[in-house]
Design a protein around this ligand. Structure first.
Ligand code: REY
Length: 416
């Protein structure tokens, strides 16, 4: 299976075979009767474990991944979820999902768009008068990271552990966080470039609260958590604990060789609607898959959410509306988000039809190599086993999988 997908991907220049997306209005007579779509490759769970072990070799105390597909669920764990008790990593454990929360916030805001409560291309200031210093910044600019609003977290965490300790018990208002951003120069003119910034999704949280008249926690609960029955998912800001069985998170200090800092308990008030959701691998599988199956948004809205622009020059990474797209080496495109919050790296992705999904986490952060190798779980899970030998025609190129394996998390690497 993996071979046939790879071959098709090669023929189409690395792009996924697009079923009928660009079909002409009347079917050309020369085209044979609809060919069966190539079956999805079975996940390479050995490859998943290799990636998880690599995360541990780079410094994660533990790691895990859960794949859900037509053949069922397969999950793997390595290492520990608690370095003191030595409790092993557990697939049901909860953890902080960081910016995967942005997809939750985006879903809520897009539902409000569907309900006619706001327009994507309207200025943010129409709904939050006087908040932003530029009436040209639109709601869509926030969701696509094209507002040019500086990311206040860059300065906040320029020194990793002191920065974290300074905020771990703090409770910020949204207004304070926006104030921190506006004290810095804006990074681009509105709309002209992608520049990842937590500020965008803080303002999204403000919009949600303004338009619903309720805390964002209620919106997540009523619109996502309850309908999808995500029992291990919560937004408990500013509570510092993670309830139930959870993985403890361990932050790597900047100084080489310094002991890890247990960063499990914190308010995550510095992120709120940009990154403070708690979840589990199973719930993240359900969430990304349900989103792609159209259980949360109409087809037209989902189309808008999955309409992407590149985030770097590799032509493998893209951003839509609060949603990433990664193009894997086998041509498969997956949608979801990554997350980094002190002590936790997360990946949560699904295929466009929602039939296959993968969630992965490692319980450490500020160690970019861990995040990079953890990304290898996507390649293994969605592309399956590497073909034994590359076809002759490709032999002059670097190994097919190696050449386009997920590069480092550029957004974070660029920023800090
Ligand atoms: C914040 C710093 C990362 C993390 C961030 N996360 O913006 C959002 C996301 C919610 O995109 C911290 N890094 C770390 C440093 C670097 O302190 N000096 O790696 O834990 O998920």
């Amino acid at each position: 299976m993996a071979v046939s997908v790879t071959v098709i991907a090669a023929l189409t220049g690395g792009l996924a075979p697009l079923a009928s997306a660009s079909a002409a209005p009347s079917a050309p007579r020369t085209v044979p009767a609809k060919a069966a779509a190539p079956a999805a490759p079975a996940p390479d769970m050995e490859g998943v474990v290799t990636a998880l072990n690599a995360a541990m070799a780079k410094g994660a105390p533990g790691a895990m991944a859960r794949f859900a597909g037509p053949e069922g669920v397969q999950s793997r764990t390595v290492g520990v979820r608690d370095r003191v008790s030595k409790a092993p990593m557990e697939i049901g454990a909860r953890f902080r999902i960081g910016s995967v929360s942005k997809t939750f916030s985006s879903v809520v805001l897009l539902q409000l768009v569907e309900e006619g409560k706001l327009e994507l291309d309207a200025p943010v200031n129409r709904y939050l008068p006087g908040l932003l210093p530029d009436d040209r910044i639109t709601v869509r600019h926030l969701l696509t990271h094209r507002s040019g609003l500086a990311d206040y977290t860059n300065a906040m965490f320029s020194q990793t552990v002191p920065g974290f300790e300074a905020v771990r018990n703090r409770v910020f208002s949204y207004q304070e966080l926006v104030g921190l951003s506006l004290a810095e120069p804006r990074t681009t003119e509105p709309g002209v470039a992608y520049k990842y910034s937590n500020t965008n999704f803080v303002v999204v949280g403000m919009l949600i609260e303004k338009l619903t008249g309720r805390p964002v926690a209620d919106a997540y609960q009523q619109r996502i958590i309850k309908p999808l029955m995500l029992r291990q998912t919560s937004y408990v800001h500013p509570e510092t604990r993670i309830r139930g069985t959870h993985a403890r998170g361990y932050l790597h200090p900047d100084e080489a060789g310094a002991p890890l800092v247990d960063s499990t308990e914190q308010t995550v008030s510095w992120a709120q609607s940009a990154g403070a959701v708690i979840s589990s691998p199973a719930d993240l599988n359900t969430f990304t898959s349900a989103l792609m199956r159209g259980r949360l948004l109409s087809p037209a809205t989902l189309e808008a959410m999955t309409t992407v622009t590149p985030t770097d020059t590799t032509n493998t990474r893209f951003y839509g509306l609060g949603l990433r797209r990664y193009d894997l080496s086998c041509g498969t495109q997956v949608y979801g988000h990554t997350g980094t919050v002190q002590g936790y790296y997360t990946y949560a992705f699904s295929t466009r039809d929602g039939s296959r999904s993968l969630s992965a986490m490692a319980n450490t952060s500020n160690r970019g190599e861990v995040n990079t190798v953890l990304g290898g779980t996507l390649e293994a899970a969605f592309c399956g086993k590497k073909p034994a030998a590359a076809p002759a025609a490709r032999s002059a190129e670097p190994s097919a999988r190696g050449a386009v394996s997920l590069p480092a998390e550029r957004d974070l690497a660029e920023r800090r």
